[in-house]
Design a protein around this ligand. Structure first.
Ligand code: ADP
Ligand code: MG
Length: 380
């Protein structure tokens, strides 16, 4: 039974009767462009074949009744009056409702069963999938037009201001705007994006190290202020605006750590734009090489990798048919992403986890993924 059938069944069992519609919003993996988002730079995520599904039935009133089939319990709130209660999956949905209300969008209530297969907390953005599924649900039920960029911002605000998690805009933008078969080159300053086709003959493989980012907030904030410091040195608000030549001409004047952090961000923007060009010409080898370079930069200059990620990346890179691999996401744990030639994918999926497990004693997860569509009404 696929996820669509399962969520419909969960709805039938919990609420009785049939849902009117089903919506789907995907998780994501970032191919290249890491720690560039809050520097106003470029990222290139793609939506994966794992998503949050919501089976929805309109109600005539202002109440939202929810079942999380994953957690096995429900939650409800009234759209006319609700407030933050405690850390809970329902708060993501309330946060989205709050953002929509602030925009004066008329909201109507619904019953919904939710089921997702984006692994939670591994950096594939189950939270953005949840936020965009919720936004899509409200848009369908309340019948207001779907503005993908605005809805991504609503999702980010829900996460930043309601749930209280500091995140950039990338995850919500890709969960909202993605096009099947394409990655999305996103300018994080203007929020303008371009759909870039994935090269033929290769698969994107996600490798979960089974390590989780701990104590990441302080390191993240430290990186952010180092980036701000470097931008200020060059008289810019964001590192995005520092040209690589300008940087190279004066980098010696910067303190060692600040220089390394800035070098990562500035070169990563260059690599991300180059990756988009490579994809447009179908040059998967070049794309892979840029992913390898990105990893080295994140490991040595930005220093956000960990032993497990480095081992996973090296194990992947040593496999036949692997064109490139890197850590993906904020770092300090979570997932790596690899580009693998079709003919070698089966062997890759078999070999890499075994080799990784032998080296680390950790049990990894592997997902071969396609690029899927952003948040939408789902037709089976
Ligand atoms: P991620 O890296 O996966 O986005 P987060 O910590 O940002 O990790 O978000 C995970 C949280 O999102 C969960 O703790 C839960 O509150 C919510 N969430 C994610 N997936 C689901 C789901 N399938 N059902 C209910 N809540 C979910
Ligand atoms: Mg998240």
């Amino acid at each position: 039974m696929n996820l669509h059938q399962q969520v419909v069944e969960a709805f039938q069992q919990h609420f009785g009767g049939e849902p009117d519609i089903v919506v789907r919003a995907p998780g994501r993996v970032n191919l290249i462009g890491e720690h560039t988002d809050y520097n106003g730079g470029f990222v290139m995520p793609m939506a994966i074949n794992r998503a949050m599904f919501m089976a929805i039935r309109y109600r005539g009133d202002s109440e939202v009744h929810l079942l999380s089939a994953d957690f096995g319990h429900g939650a409800r709130f009234d759209l006319q009056e609700f407030e933050y209660q405690k850390p809970h999956w329902c708060e993501y949905i309330k946060g989205v409702a709050n953002g929509l209300k602030q925009r004066n969008l008329p909201l109507k209530g619904f019953d919904a069963a939710m089921l997702g297969n984006v692994p939670r907390g591994s950096g594939l953005s189950s939270s953005a999938a949840l936020e965009l599924a919720a936004a899509k649900a409200f848009s369908e039920v309340s019948n207001f037009p779907w503005d993908p960029v605005e809805m991504a911002v609503v999702g980010q605000e829900a996460e930043n201001n309601w749930v209280g998690v500091n995140c950039g805009i990338m995850d919500q933008m890709i969960s909202s705007c993605a096009q099947a078969g394409h990655a999305y080159l996103l300018d994080c300053r203007s929020l303008e994006g371009e759909h870039v086709p994935l090269p033929e003959g290769v698969k994107v493989v996600i490798l979960d190290t089974a390590t989780r980012r701990g104590l990441v907030d302080s390191a993240y904030n430290e990186r952010r202020s180092q980036c701000e410091e470097a931008a200020a040195f060059f008289g810019c608000e964001l590192l995005r605006d520092v040209e690589i030549d300008t940087f190279m001409a004066r980098e010696d004047e910067l303190p060692d750590l600040t220089r390394k952090r800035a070098r990562h961000v500035i070169t990563e923007d260059v690599r991300t734009l180059a990756a988009a060009e490579a994809m447009k010409t179908g040059d998967s080898k070049k794309l892979g090489a840029l992913m390898d370079e990105s990893h080295v930069s994140l490991r040595d200059d930005f220093e956000v990798s960990n032993d497990a990620l480095n081992t996973m990346v090296e194990t992947a890179q040593a496999q036949p048919g692997c064109l490139g691999a890197r850590m993906t996401g904020a770092g300090f744990g979570g997932c790596a992403v690899a580009l693998v030639e079709d003919a070698h994918v089966d062997a890759f999926v078999e070999q890499v986890p075994t080799a990784y497990q032998q080296k680390t004693d950790l049990e990894p997860a592997v997902y071969v993924t396609e690029a899927t569509q952003g948040a939408c009404r789902y037709h089976a």
